[in-house]
Every structure is written in structure tokens, then in C-alpha cells.
Design a protein around this ligand. Structure first.
Ligand code: 5AD
Ligand code: SF4
Length: 463
């Protein structure tokens, strides 16, 4: 038997990239590539990159410097070759320049081409000469049809891509350009993949899409499934206990989805629903297609359907033209709605997006002042939510060992990491009922409530 080849994949950015990296490993496994956790000595290194903000893209170039050293060391004195590949959204957006700027990169390929990896690797590995490959096409046929049907084992909590691309064209965002137009996978394919993951031990699934609630996949018997309908089908899968989905657009929250939150116990009461900003002028300039009032209305309807539902959000501060008043509108919507977790960013002009050419770019100093105020408020809301969890009971999916001896870490319905001591490692993968005894800014501590009541599948949420 030939020696397995070492494959190191580094993932940047969003959960879709995490999923894609996993699928790249699945595609390359039949060629003898096995994942390792360092670039040192690897036969192939893939950087699966993110282009969403400037900082994320810059990180790739500094990491490439480190990879170059490993490549030189491996190939010194006639050693085996190391293929260096750049995948993901930086590859898609800057493919040709990347090749020019980084002569040691062998392959550059975009997110729609992963199914062609074996062919690319074979070409790059050819004994004669050096073959550098760029593949940033958006092929007409969809990559999902050509990826292996079989997915490999993932953790107790796994990702499943059901939708890719975005047609919303928010004026700050590169996604519609790097990931292309919206595409929804057929319902039957998604259900099959979910069942495979569950058969491998997955108990929690997060359905992924750049704009996941725009999902409109082909239904097995003709017609289309909305996300709400797909969630109902998913909830029927035995052994699958928790379902989440991300990332959603407020504009695509429909009655079907709201009623899924009312009806489905397995659907976790936590939703990432980015608002981005509070000021209507800014929302319009962002081309968000919703107003401040629309967002408030959607949040109210969701909470009406599922009273224990909590929201998280993304925010951008310092979008071109954002006035003090606009920013105060952002602060106000945060105070009124309350987010239990959030990501907030200073606006970062991205090449080729409409907002990067807008007048009235906000000075860096103002962006910094605003983000500090916003983040202080968001951190306070998160801490208050965590503190209010103390004394309550929650179902926690135990996922991994903790930092300390005898400690396990799991996830609450609200994505809070929860630490618990005194349980055997065999409890990993179980959903246990814990009483929350301690709250920190980013995590909770708990203790077992009553062993006999544990692992009852449909119990959920905060008591
Ligand atoms: N500048 C700052 N933040 C951005 N995001 C997307 N594009 C930009 C940009 N140009 C943020 C949005 C989005 C999240 C994934 O990244 O808040 O929801
Ligand atoms: Fe980007 Fe807007 Fe599409 Fe989200 S909805 S991926 S922010 S364009």
C-alpha cells in the first residue's frame, strides 16, 4: 500500500468555508490524502480563504509567507513536492493577481470548483515541469451534483450546506460576486446527506447558506420546498435532535418559517438574523431591502411564535454617510430588541462593491468610537442573558473535553458553551439536562440535574 499523503487545510471566515473544507477533504480522500494539523511536511496545503473584509484577506498573504518556508524546507535537496493551493473567496476575487504575487502558489480555485479537485491535483502533480492551475469559473452545472454522495463522519454537531450564493447585493458585500447567484440544493439530496451524518453520530445539524432562508429547493415530488418545509422534513429524521440554520436575511423570513419556530421542538430557539444597522437611510444605502420597523416587526412575530426565541445579529458601523443620528438608531434598536450574541464590524470598503465608491466615507476615528460603544452595549446584553441563565435548567449537547481534568463542554440551545465536571467521557455526544450554576461573559457552568431524566430527546430549552 502506498503511504497516505498529508493534507493540511486551513479555513478562514464563515461556516460555509468550514463545510467546504470538509467536502474538499472528502473529495481528496480517495486520492490517498489524509488530514493533518500542520503545514509542516504536508504534501498539500489548502488555504480556504475569506474576502469579506480587508483584514480577513490580508491574513491569507501573511500565512502564505509561513507556508512558503515549509514548502522550501520540504522540497530542499530533492525532497517531495508540496502543492500549495489557495481556495475560497480570495481565490475567486483575486485569482490572477494572486498567482502573480505569490509565485510559489501552485493552484488557485474558487468555491464552485471543488468537485474538480482530483483533476487539478493530478495536473499539478505531473512529474514533468511545473503546472500552475487557476480555476475560478462558475460552471453551469452545479458543484453539489459532482461532489461525492458520501459524506464523512463529522462531530456531534455538524454543518450541512443547503444553499449557496446570494442575489441580495447589499452594497457593502462581496458575497454575490465571490459565491455567485443563489442556488438551492434539491430537498432529497439534503435529506440524504442529513441522514448520513446522523448515521455517523451527528445529533445537531446547522443548515448553511449565504442566504439560507431564501432556500427554494426542488421537492422530491415536484414543486419546491421552502426552508420552513425543509425544516419540517428534517425534524422527522430519527436521531437528529437539534436543528439550526444560518445565515438568514430579514426580507426572506416568511410565515412558513415563523410557524416552523412555533411547531418544531427540534428547531433551536436561537436565530442569527443580521440587521446590519438601525438607521433607515443607511439601510437603504446598504440596499438591505428592509427598514428598521420591518426588522422590529419580524423579530416580534418570531418571538410571538416562539416566546423563548433569542436573536443574534451582525452589525456594520461607519457605513458611508452614517450620521450620528443614524448610529443612535442602531444603538436604539439594539436596546429595544436585545441580542444575546453579535458580531460587529467597522465598515471595510471592498473592491468592486458599490459602497466602496460612495462619497462620505466615515473617518476611522469615528468608526472606532462608534464600534466601541456598540460593542460595550452588546457585551452587556450577552452578559445579562448569561447571568439570567443561572438557576435555570438547560439541555446541553456534550461535544468535547474541557481544559481541566474531568471537565466536559457542551452547547446550550442558545449556543452558549457550558462546562460541566464529574461526567465520564462516555457522556460525550449525549444531551444532558444541566442546572446552570455560573455565568461568564462567553460561557456558562452547570451541574447535572437528575441522571434519570437525561437524554430525553424532545425536552428542550430553558425550564
Ligand atoms: N465591511 C464590514 N463588514 C462587512 N460584512 C460584510 N461585508 C462587510 C464589509 N464590507 C459583515 C456583515 C455580514 C458579515 C458576515 O460580515 O455584517 O453580515
Ligand atoms: Fe452579503 Fe447581503 Fe447577501 Fe448577506 S444578504 S451575503 S450581506 S449581499
Amino acid at each position: 500500500m502506498t503511504e497516505p499523503k498529508k493534507l493540511f487545510v486551513k479555513t478562514y471566515g464563515c461556516q460555509m468555508n468550514v463545510y467546504d473544507s470538509q467536502r474538499m477533504q472528502d473529495v481528496l480522500a480517495p486520492l490517498g490524502y489524509q488530514p493533518v494539523d500542520s503545514a509542516e511536511g504536508a504534501d498539500m496545503v489548502i488555504l480556504n480563504t475569506c474576502h469579506i473584509r480587508e483584514k480577513a484577506a490580508e491574513k491569507v498573504f501573511s500565512d502564505l509567507g509561513r507556508v512558503r518556508k515549509h514548502k522550501e524546507a520540504k522540497e530542499a535537496n530533492g525532497g517531495d513536492k508540496m502543492i500549495v493551493a489557495v481556495a475560497g473567496c480570495v481565490a475567486q476575487a483575486e485569482g490572477a493577481e494572486l498567482m502573480k504575487r505569490e509565485p510559489m502558489v501552485d493552484m488557485v480555485f474558487g468555491p464552485q470548483t471543488y468537485h474538480r479537485l482530483p483533476e487539478m491535483v493530478a495536473r499539478a502533480n505531473r512529474a514533468v515541469g511545473r503546472n500552475r492551475i487557476v480555476d475560478t469559473d462558475f460552471p453551469a452545472e452545479e458543484k453539489f451534483d459532482h461532489l461525492p454522495e458520501h459524506v464523512s463522519k463529522q462531530g456531534y454537531s455538524a454543518f450541512l450546506a443547503i444553499q449557496e450564493g446570494c442575489d441580495k447585493f447589499c452594497t457593502f458585500c462581496v458575497v454575490p460576486y465571490t459565491r455567485g447567484a443563489e442556488y438551492s440544493r434539491p430537498g432529497a439530496d439534503v435529506i440524504r446527506e442529513a441522514k448520513q451524518l446522523v448515521a455517523h453520530g451527528t445529533r445537531e445539524l446547522t443548515l448553511l447558506g449565504q442566504n439560507v432562508n431564501a432556500y427554494h429547493g426542488e421537492a422530491p415530488n415536484g414543486g419546491e420546498w421552502t426552508l420552513g418545509r425543509l425544516l419540517r422534513e428534517m425534524a422527522e429524521i430519527d436521531g437528529l435532535d437539534r436543528i439550526r440554520y444560518t445565515t438568514s436575511h430579514p426580507r426572506d423570513v416568511d410565515e412558513d418559517l415563523i410557524s416552523a419556530h412555533r411547531d418544531l421542538k427540534k428547531l433551536m430557539p436561537f436565530l442569527h438574523l443580521p440587521v446590519q444597522a438601525g438607521g433607515d437611510r443607511v439601510l437603504q444605502a446598504m440596499n438591505r431591502k428592509h427598514t428598521n420597523a420591518d426588522y422590529r416587526d419580524i423579530a416580534a412575530r418570531l418571538k410571538d411564535a416562539c416566546p423563548d426565541l433569542a436573536l443574534s445579529s451582525d452589525f456594520i458601523v461607519g457605513f458611508p454617510g452614517e450620521s450620528d443620528k443614524d448610529f443612535e438608531d442602531t444603538m436604539e434598536i439594539v436596546r429595544d430588541i436585545t441580542f444575546i450574541q453579535a458580531f460587529s464590524f467597522k465598515y471595510s470598503p471592498r473592491p468592486g462593491t458599490p459602497a466602496s465608491a460612495m462619497e462620505l466615507q466615515v473617518p476611522e476615528k469615528v468608526k472606532t468610537e462608534r464600534i466601541m460603544r456598540l460593542q460595550a452595549l452588546l457585551a452587556e446584553q450577552q452578559l445579562v442573558f448569561n447571568q439570567n441563565s443561572v438557576g435555570k435548567e438547560m439541555d446541553v449537547l456534550l461535544e468535547r473535553r474541557g481544559k481541566y481534568e474531568g471537565q466536559l463542554v457542551g452547547k446550550s440551545p442558545y449556543m452558549q458553551p457550558v462546562h460541566v465536571s464529574g461526567l465520564p467521557e462516555s457522556a460525550l455526544g449525549q444531551i444532558v439536562r444541566l442546572k446552570i450554576t455560573e455565568a461568564l461573559p462567553n460561557s456558562l457552568g452547570g451541574e447535572l440535574v437528575d441522571a434519570t431524566r437525561n437524554d430525553q430527546k424532545s425536552e428542550r430549552n430553558v425550564a
